[in-house]
Unconditional design. Sequence first.
Lengths: 126, 154
Amino acid sequence: MPTKPAGTLYRGREGMWSWVGHRITGVVIFFFLLVHVLDTSLVRVSPEAYTAVIGAYKNPLMALGETGLVAAIVFHAFNGLRIIAVDFWKKGAKYQRQMLWTVLGLWVVVMVGFSIRHLSLALGGH
Amino acid sequence: MTATIQSPRSGKIQPKYRRTGGSKGNFEMLAWLFMRLSGVVLVVLIFGHLTVNLLVGEGIHAIDFGFVAGKWADPFWQFWDLAMLWLAMLHGTNGVRTIINDYAEKDATRLWLKIVLYAATTVIIILGTLVIFTFDPCPVANGVQLPGGFCPAP
């Protein structure tokens, strides 16, 4: 009589959590994309309307939001390439865990670089 | 009477047990393939977009009407943005469609959520495409040039 569910290869492990992360970041990016097409469309209304709305992206709170959005995009991009490798590369499934840690490592490196550059531009001067 | 069970790889599968060839054709396989192909292209397009708009020069402070006008004066950026718009919207719509199929259990709920999704997608793609190709650096309203535009010297 089993007392405790045995562990599985997928559930509660790297595979499942990368799937959860991919879904959540995907939905976040999609809703931003809808808003972003609409705000860009204001160039067709008037130069002042566009510049006013884009000005909303330039305050410090939004700078943090943009950094979070780019963090979601970079994870979704790198993990998406990992999914493609799992599907099309012969050894993809075997190395999916190592590839996830590679994704997370690259994500940290890219995000440290992006955050320093973007936040110093957005929060500094002007 | 004995039922004849075909060997799995004989190819003699009764039509009702086929995964493809039904009313849906191989749409799901094409959608799966599209996610991977568009995904690779989108990595390049979006990383390029973020680099040029946020990391180069003054970054986000440089973005205003003139910045957009400067980019769309060049067909290269018009087609870059057009490809990004279409691929990202279709990629995102297919992703959300999958999520709706996974979590909305009632047929009617799934139907309505997908109707709303496809309507939003259609509006955004058409709007974005029109904006890219009808962009006017010197907008005029009621015969008056709007402030902030880039108009040829009189």
